[in-house]
Structures are given as C-alpha cells and as structure tokens.
Write a protein that binds this ligand. Sequence first.
Ligand SMILES: C[S@@+](CC[C@H](N)C(=O)[O-])C[C@H]1O[C@@H](n2cnc3c(N)ncnc32)[C@H](O)[C@@H]1O
Length: 237
Amino acid sequence: MDKKDQIFDEGFSQVSSFAFDEKVVSVFPDMIKRSVPGYDTILKGIAMFAMKHVKRQTHIYDLGASLGGVSLTLDQALGPQNVTIHAIDISDAMIAGLNQLLRTQQINNTISVEQQDLSETTIKNASMVASNFTLQFIDPALRNGAVKNIYQGMNQGGVFVLSEKVKSSDALIDAYHGYKKINGYSDREIARKRQALEDTLLPDTVSEWKVRLTEAGFSQVEVWFRAFNFVSFVCVK
Ligand SMILES: C[S@@+](CC[C@H](N)C(=O)[O-])C[C@H]1O[C@@H](n2cnc3c(N)ncnc32)[C@H](O)[C@@H]1O
C-alpha cells in the first residue's frame, strides 16, 4: 500500500514552493496516481510506443525518471533486448529512492540511474526518449534547446513521448480540480498545492508545444492522450 499524500493538508500557514524532496518522495506513488489523470494509461501507452519503435542494443532515455515509473514499465514490457535505459533525475531524494527501489526488482535490461540536469544530458543512439511530466519543470527559455538536444541524439525512426501539464481554459482547470476532489484531496489541499506549484511549473499551450516539436525536426507530432489539462504527445523522428 502506497503511503498517502497529505503534504498540503499539514498545518503550516505558509506554503513554500514545490520541491522533489524527501517528503515528496515518500508519498510520490500515491501523489502521482491521484494527481495525474490517466497516469497508468499513459505508462501503458509509452510501453506500447516502445514496443513499436525500440530497437535492440539501442538506448532509451527516461528524463525526470523519479521513482522509475517509466523505466520499470519499459523494462518489463520490452523484456530482454539488451537496451540501456538511462533513468535521469536532478533530485537527490528521487535518485536515492530509485536506487533503493531497483534493489528489490528483477530487471531485464540495464537501467542506469544518473543524477543530472536533463539540459546537460548527452543523448546518443536513442530509439526512444520519454519525458513524462518533466519538461514542464524546466525554465521555459530552455525548452527549445532541450527538445533540439533530444531530437539530435535520436536515431531515425525513434520515438519521443512527451507528457505535459498544459495551459488550458479556466473551465478545464476547474474540472481537473473536481477530479482531484473525487480522488480524496480537500479544497484546501488543492488550493495550497496550486499555490506551491505557481512558480515551479509554468505550462505552455498545446500549440506552443506542437510548434516547438515540429521546429526541432520531428516529422510526426500528435496528441495521443488528453485528460483535462494533461496531454501526451507522440513524436517520431
Ligand atoms: C512529475 S515528476 C516525473 C514523473 C515520472 N516521469 C513518472 O512518470 O513517474 C518530475 C521529475 O522531474 C525531475 N526534474 C525536474 N527538473 C529536472 C531537470 N532539470 N533535470 C532532470 N530531472 C528533473 C524531478 O526531480 C522529478 O523527479
């Protein structure tokens, strides 16, 4: 049973900026499942795209791997293929949590856990890159460069799956807050988390992302999943 996320229910009067620290890591599986609509479906979709595009003996990059939701799903779905999955994350607490979790898992390929800023990641021989709700946390001014870097390191025919919280209408954001309420978060928790994310998560629109992905060179850029203001794109090189 995952430990319940009650971080924004705690009685502090001041809400500090959201950070991927030890407190968040300890409740992360529960937090992501109750906060990201369709999280499990998105992981299955990423696995499905991997089964179509990933080639033996190539590399996969999981940018902002957190506790390895994407890396572990891909490893299980692909089975032994002699691929190297680079699980990249900038947070000390996430990297420690992922290393600890991996000690308890049976792995088919190589999962290489690397603590770094994805803006500095060298991508090479990649048949797949996944960024599942990560680029939204980097400075918007760095997003074009990050996407170009991903494109350049990918093999022809490779796939980039990008999931993002996007800028949306107030009506959709309202509906999303209703979804969180159904998942057991109180109005107070929803409002406090929203405030904490205000300066750490600056979303772009779907159109801004499509332009950025197309300008980087991807030939096929499509939304394959959407729920409220949560979107996943599939992009083929
Ligand atoms: C919402 S979580 C990602 C969830 C994860 N991909 C999954 O599917 O379970 C965002 C992650 O991105 C990481 N992150 C944020 N900025 C980063 C950066 N510049 N480079 C690498 N990782 C980053 C955070 O530490 C956090 O673990």
